[in-house]
Design a protein around this ligand. Structure first.
Ligand SMILES: [Zn+2]
Length: 217
């Protein structure tokens, strides 16, 4: 099979559809079959919002999940409607995948190489910074010599993913030059068939019996 047989659809007006993961409109590019045999369901494609959403369901993954499609003489056309209906049912609420508590737990240390931790220690002091990092479940990644992980823990205490970002320990600002240093734990771990469904960072704190105000930024 040619490597180039399946590719992202070239842009033309109206070709982008709503993303099945983040549900934003006109940001989702579908994959197409150059030979016109296989019509992928509308969940096979890539979201433009690489950082905030990150959804990318490739033909390779699709064939792995649906091994029968390639072996059928019509390329799975008969199954197409069933598959796309099934995919339609799955979205917009696909069952999310989670990061194991073990992985999260191991990241909640090594703050001495965590640039934002070091910066905040100068501002708030170490005791208060540690309290906040524990409260918000903030981890450390070895990436780029030490970066922060903002774990997205949902209200049931399950971790949806972690956003890895690089900060300047002297200024407390994000490092965006020569590029934005942003990654995701589920990408770094190469978890197979990971279904990303983000939640708000800090959402787990909503379970606490408290009258504290909630601010969304
Ligand atoms: Zn999206």
């Amino acid at each position: 099979m040619s490597e180039y047989r399946f590719h992202l659809q070239k842009y033309r007006y109206g070709s982008k559809i709503s993303c099945p993961n983040c549900c934003k409109s006109r940001c989702f590019v579908r994959y197409v079959d150059e030979e016109g045999t296989i019509q992928f369901p509308d969940t096979v494609g890539k979201c433009d919002h690489e950082n905030s959403c990150g959804y990318h369901y490739t033909p390779r993954k699709y064939f792995r999940d649906n091994p029968d499609v390639l072996s059928q003489p019509d390329g799975g056309r008969a199954d197409r409607r069933i598959l796309s209906r099934a995919a339609g049912r799955e979205t917009p609420h696909p069952v999310p995948s989670f990061i194991s508590a073990d992985v999260v737990g191991r990241s909640l240390s090594h703050y001495e190489i965590n640039p934002l931790y070091r910066y905040l220690c100068q501002t708030f002091g170490e005791e208060e910074t540690l309290r906040l990092f524990r409260l918000y479940s903030i981890g450390t990644s070895p990436k780029w010599g030490g970066a922060i992980i903002f774990w997205q823990t949902d209200r049931s205490g399950q971790v949806r993913t972690g956003k890895i970002m690089l900060y300047d320990s002297a200024t407390g600002h994000r490092i965006k030059e020569p590029r934005a240093y942003v990654s995701w734990v589920h990408s770094e771990l190469h978890l197979p068939d990971f279904r990303l469904r983000q939640c708000l960072f800090g959402e787990h704190l909503l379970n606490r019996a408290t009258s504290a105000p909630v601010m969304l930024v």
